[in-house]
Design a protein around this ligand. Structure first.
Ligand code: CA
Length: 222
């Protein structure tokens, strides 16, 4: 893949670059928002690894700008450890995944692989489940004619499931993608968020597949 790594801390940037290059990726680096804007090429970039604290502003500004430009490239955000508010804000800004600093290289490589498998978000995809319409580009959910506001977490879950077009996504995968960790707390939170999504969009919109995970649409398999 062709990656853009935006990180101002030189040792971290070098570590990222070396590790990703070893895996066969072509890595372009940027040290701040200005150089990142200059070096990002929507036509060739497969993934952006983005630090939040940059000398000329927050990485979230770049994240929002790319989404506003309709860039579908997956964005992996580097966050401070345990900064839940930062993660929620990043989801709202259009990030796809997180990695808390300090990170293990094995985890970075696994997340890059996972985002690579997922590929770019489908352009302008609208997903329909019964009366529910999801506009993934505009991040709008409607039931019939009524727009239903979803929180960042609820939307992240729905978007992940919609991107798999009705296939079952395992709990472990959801927890990693949306919460960044497979912990008992995150697992309990997933149950709460799933229940809220069902309440907002209707029980038929979200299918629980016992022992496996969740999928959009269809009826429960127990
Ligand atoms: Ca930084």
């Amino acid at each position: 893949m062709r990656l853009l790594v935006v990180e101002d801390h030189a040792p971290t940037r070098d570590l990222l670059t070396r590790s990703l290059a070893r895996d066969g990726h072509v890595v372009t680096t940027a040290v701040d928002l200005a150089s990142a804007r200059e070096r990002f090429d929507a036509a060739t970039c497969d993934l952006v690894v983005l630090d939040l604290g940059l000398p000329d502003g927050s990485g979230l500004a770049l994240c929002r700008a790319l989404r506003a430009d309709d860039a579908r490239v997956p964005i992996l955000i580097l966050t401070a450890h345990g900064a839940v508010a930062q993660r929620v804000e990043a989801l709202d800004a259009g990030a796809d995944d997180f990695l808390a600093k300090p990170f293990a290289l094995a985890e970075l490589r696994a997340r890059v692989r996972a985002l690579g498998r997922r590929g770019p978000l489908p352009r302008g995809l609208a997903y329909r489940v019964g009366a529910v319409s999801l506009d993934l580009a505009a991040r709008r959910a409607t039931v019939g004619e009524r727009e239903v506001p979803l929180t960042a977490r609820e939307w992240a879950l729905v978007e992940l499931l919609a991107s798999r077009e009705g296939a079952v996504v395992t709990r472990a995968e959801i927890l990693e993608a949306v919460w960044g960790e497979d912990s008992p707390q995150a697992s309990a939170s997933l149950d709460v968020i799933a229940a809220r999504v069902r309440r907002k969009l209707g029980a038929a919109a979200l299918r629980t597949v016992r022992g496996e995970g969740y999928a959009l649409g269809g009826s429960d398999e127990g």
